[in-house]
Design a protein around this ligand. Structure first.
Ligand code: B16
Ligand code: MG
Length: 216
């Protein structure tokens, strides 16, 4: 039986990818090149500094460590400015109902995000109360696809990994879940999230009992 559900944030609970994209694109433009939406896909689930490395590679730009930290900090200021417009209405369709149902069923809920801004975003969504634990970019030392983020979450909740379900929109996130020995449910396209145990488009109209039934 499932005892805990661990949720990724960006792309699962809220669509912040568009804000990450705008902020990264501005940085790329500043450095004299462009960032396409397709290239932005590579950045999903990847930490801030790793994302910057990928972007600099795309633009063929070499910088020293100090400049990189400065640019990443500037990007984050722009990103947080954009995130100020997030309200409770921005939770992705069906997510809140799904979390309500989990709570009623006494299934523990954790967050497993690469983002250092997770708490701010959940606060803007007024969704902090749903989570029994938060594992975010401030706690992890190894990013997805390493299993650390989800193993920490399971540890916090006192639940064995094989009793946990992970909800993820990124390939690296599903890999992280599988490496942790958990069930990985993909949010998005089956053709992309090929390593997931099951892929759904989103939570709209999805009930906990239906979904768990499909896993048996
Ligand atoms: P920050 P997730 C990830 O969040 C995003 O998908 C990824 O695009 C971002 O670079 C990363 O968080 C770090 O975010 O700059 O806010 O610390 O999908 O793991 O919830
Ligand atoms: Mg994500």
């Amino acid at each position: 039986t499932v005892q805990a559900c661990l949720f990724d944030l960006d792309g699962v609970i809220v669509d912040t990818a568009k804000y990450h994209y705008l902020a990264w694109r501005q940085l790329a433009n500043q450095l004299g090149f462009d960032l396409t939406l397709e290239q932005n896909e590579l950045l999903k689930g990847i930490s801030r500094m790793e994302s910057l490395e990928i972007i600099l590679k795309i633009g063929g730009v070499k910088l020293d460590e100090e400049e990189k930290l400065k640019l990443a900090a500037e990007k984050n200021v722009r990103y947080l400015e954009l995130c100020k417009q997030i309200t409770p209405d921005d939770a992705l369709p069906g997510v809140r109902d799904f979390l309500d149902e989990l709570r009623k069923d006494k299934i523990k809920v954790g967050l497993g995000s690469a983002s250092k801004n997770a708490k701010t975003i959940l606060t803007n969504l007024r969704m902090l109360d749903y989570f029994d634990t938060l594992v975010d970019g401030n706690r992890v030392t190894k990013g997805k696809p390493d299993p650390q983020v989800f193993l920490m979450g399971a540890g916090d909740l006192g639940v064995s990994p094989d009793r946990c379900i992970v909800f993820e929109d990124a390939v690296a996130g599903i890999q992280s879940a599988k490496a942790a020995g958990m069930i990985g449910i993909g949010i998005g396209e089956e053709s992309v999230l090929t390593e997931a145990d099951l892929v759904i488009k989103g939570f709209d109209g999805v009930t906990v009992s239906d979904l768990f039934g499909k896993l048996k």
